[in-house]
Design a protein around this ligand. Sequence first.
Ligand code: ASP
Length: 296
Amino acid sequence: MTPALIVHGGAGVATPPALQAERRSGLEAAFAAGWSILGQGGTALDAVVQATVTLEDHPLFNAGLGSCLTEDGTVEVDASLMDGSTFQTGAVGAVRNIKNAIQLARAVMTDGRHVFLVGEGAERFAREHGLPPATMDELITARQHQRWQAQQTAGEPGTVGAVALDSAGGLAAATSTGGVMGKRSGRVGDSAVIGAGTYADSAIGACSVTGDGEDIIRATLARTAVELLRGGKDPAQAARAALARLTRQTRGEAGLILLDPFGRSGVVYNTESMGVALRLGSGQALRAEGRLVARV
Ligand code: ASP
């Protein structure tokens, strides 16, 4: 089976030109990190985690370092992942003092006692499982602090996610975010919610979503998109149909990446832009600002 990987850097308003190149190279680095795992026969789950960690560590994406701030000026992150072969999942919501929420979600999944931990209990779990703490100061970039001070709540892209197909035919999905600027403390969005922001079933497909979290939860968008693949339907069509359903039900703005067990993809968004890097056996393509900018 030829592996496939799609990585996204969030849907939202167009990225300022001055930041486009740096965001694009961040996406490329995340793609390369995930692809090297798949290329060596690694699992889809390892690949989506590694791609997501790379973007959590990048200051220009709204996840981990560089997350947007709550109305109180704090960082609270959400993340989730799903292994489509075992149906194991892990999710964390409204967690402070952690950079790599996707690794925490994975630890929750591996531990297996629960699938979703939030807030202070999730932070304690992180320490118990050896995940390093990060202070607010370490997570808040000058750029996000300025946006918070200026109350810039426009839907800037930056949530991150990935879907992968490995050489054994396994599918997996992961999503991580700082949420939305100025959110209430304690708010949890779709990125932490299995079925809404993240879903994978190796027999049907894998999906990671970005956009208006409340609407995406209302529409259980990730699972909807995967279910629309049933019967071998074309992922591009399924992705469009899922987004159309969201629009009809909620008028929400969103984007999603979708992969099927044959390595076919669907990438859609109804925002101004969504950055995506992908490879589907035939070559790598990098999309930023909605345009195809590179093919390798
Ligand atoms: N979906 C994320 C949330 O609502 C935000 C985003 O994707 O931009 O938390």
